[in-house]
Design a protein around this ligand. Structure first.
Ligand code: DAU
Length: 401
């Protein structure tokens, strides 16, 4: 071998290795992009989450930051109770927070221009049925007017995006199964094609917002997808809702107020199962479609409270007796829907998703979370919570079991 070739050989083999490495990395990158969610094509751009300081939004962001490299921009107006939820996730470098109402068109437009999100998931809403009975108009303002203004801002942002960014952009709107109304015991669970028949001001306001989302898809070509979830439960849920209220009252030695006969049925969905479903929808849901997301855990309210008391009896036993002795039946909620249940077959067949948590495993995790985060509970149950419980429960008469 001549000296010239000998001299080049080591460089040749290193060069060859480097070339192979680059080729390998290149193929790997192409494969990664091909199989990863569409928004990953713009890794430096955030996913915009609205209402990310609320119960489901907080859980969604925590799960997202655990499992994804992409960043999050959370826009939340921080209404009652949820300021401390944001503080829990503030530290991540992949997380940006802006205090803003979704109905504040100018501020939303400025945030969109600054952060240039790659997709949107819209959790922001007023969600408590009892509060909607007290003040329906608040629900129209946030859920209907707020969503409409937000859609307008998103629509003008979307229109100006380059085509390749338009291709991956999605507007995922998180709604509820309550828009379908109520079921009898004999009826099959609601499907995506079931007609809307909302019975509470809350459900009516969500139905109206769902219609606006659909209309922006049809009229302006916004790539929208709507989801309808069943009753969520898990960490960070404000104790105005059934399960955390019962945990709160049980541990405070207060009555556990079951509305009416307690025979109403809800389909309970553990919140992280809901979050994984939403990720699938974002990744692979079809534009213009709606998806039902249920937990496949239908239970009567009385049974929910009894199972909860049994878990508490084991986890934090009373000096004598059971938490069950605190159960009281109280005057029913007006217009109380008898049964909710959704058929999630479409999520399974199209997106290969189904709920993983059983009601019992989810409830045990939930109880354990509240027990180990009691300071959180104390922080959010200040004077406005007291005002709410006095209003909602103070004058309710006792009812028959
Ligand atoms: O189905 C999804 C919906 O589930 C969500 O869209 C709503 O945001 C969420 O609030 C929930 O609606 P519900 O009215 O079913 O949830 P809530 O936790 O208020 O009540 C659950 C059941 O428990 C319901 O039948 C009413 C009953 N209940 C509730 C409270 C607060 C009681 O018996 N006593 C109570 O004190």
């Amino acid at each position: 071998m001549n000296r010239h070739v000998q001299f080049l050989l080591p460089f040749g083999s290193i060069g060859c290795s480097i070339f192979r490495l680059i080729l390998f990395e290149g193929i790997l990158y192409i494969l990664k992009v091909a199989v990863s969610p569409p928004y990953f094509r713009f890794p430096s751009r955030p996913l915009l989450v609205t209402g990310g300081a609320g119960f489901i939004g907080t859980n969604f962001i925590i799960e997202w930051l655990k499992n994804s490299a992409a960043t999050i921009l959370n826009i939340d107006r921080l209404s009652y109770g949820n300021r401390c939820n944001v503080e829990n996730i503030m530290e991540s470098s992949k997380y940006f927070f802006a205090q803003c109402d979704i109905g504040d068109l100018e501020q939303i437009k400025a945030l969109l221009a600054e952060h240039r999100p790659v997709a949107v998931i819209n959790f922001a809403a007023e969600t408590h049925v009892d509060r909607s009975i007290r003040s329906p108009e608040n629900f129209v303002q946030t859920n209907v007017v707020g969503t409409l203004r937000f859609l307008e801002a998103i629509q003008s942002y979307f229109r100006a995006l380059p085509d390749k960014e338009k291709d991956v952009f999605r507007f995922v709107h998180v709604s509820t199964d309550e828009v379908y109304g109520t079921l009898s015991l004999q009826e099959a669970p609601f499907e995506e094609t079931s007609p809307f028949c909302p019975n509470s001001p809350y459900a009516a306001s969500k139905a109206a917002s769902d219609h606006f989302v659909r209309a922006f898809g049809q009229t302006f070509g916004l790539p929208v997808i709507t989801t309808h979830c069943s009753n969520n439960f898990g960490p960070f849920q404000f104790p105005e809702k059934f399960i955390p209220l019962m945990i709160h009252n049980a541990l405070k030695g207060k009555p556990l107020p079951i509305y009416g006969d307690g025979e109403q049925i809800r389909d309970w969905l553990y919140v992280t199962d809901h979050c994984s479903a939403l990720c699938r929808v974002l990744e692979a849901g079809r534009i213009g479609e709606t998806y039902n997301i249920g937990g496949n855990n239908e239970l009567r309210n009385v049974d929910v409270v009894q199972v909860l008391c049994d878990i508490l009896d084991r986890r934090k036993p009373l000096s004598h007796g059971s938490y069950r002795s605190q159960i009281e039946h109280v005057e029913d909620r007006p217009g109380h829907d008898r049964r909710y249940a959704v058929n999630s077959k479409k999520m399974l067949e199209e997106l290969n998703w189904s709920a993983k948590e059983t009601f019992f495993s989810g409830l045990t995790k939930t109880v354990d979370w509240y027990l180990s985060h009691w300071d959180w509970m104390e922080q959010i149950t200040g004077s406005s919570f007291q005002e709410w419980t006095d209003y909602n429960y103070g004058n309710r008469t006792r009812a028959q079991a």
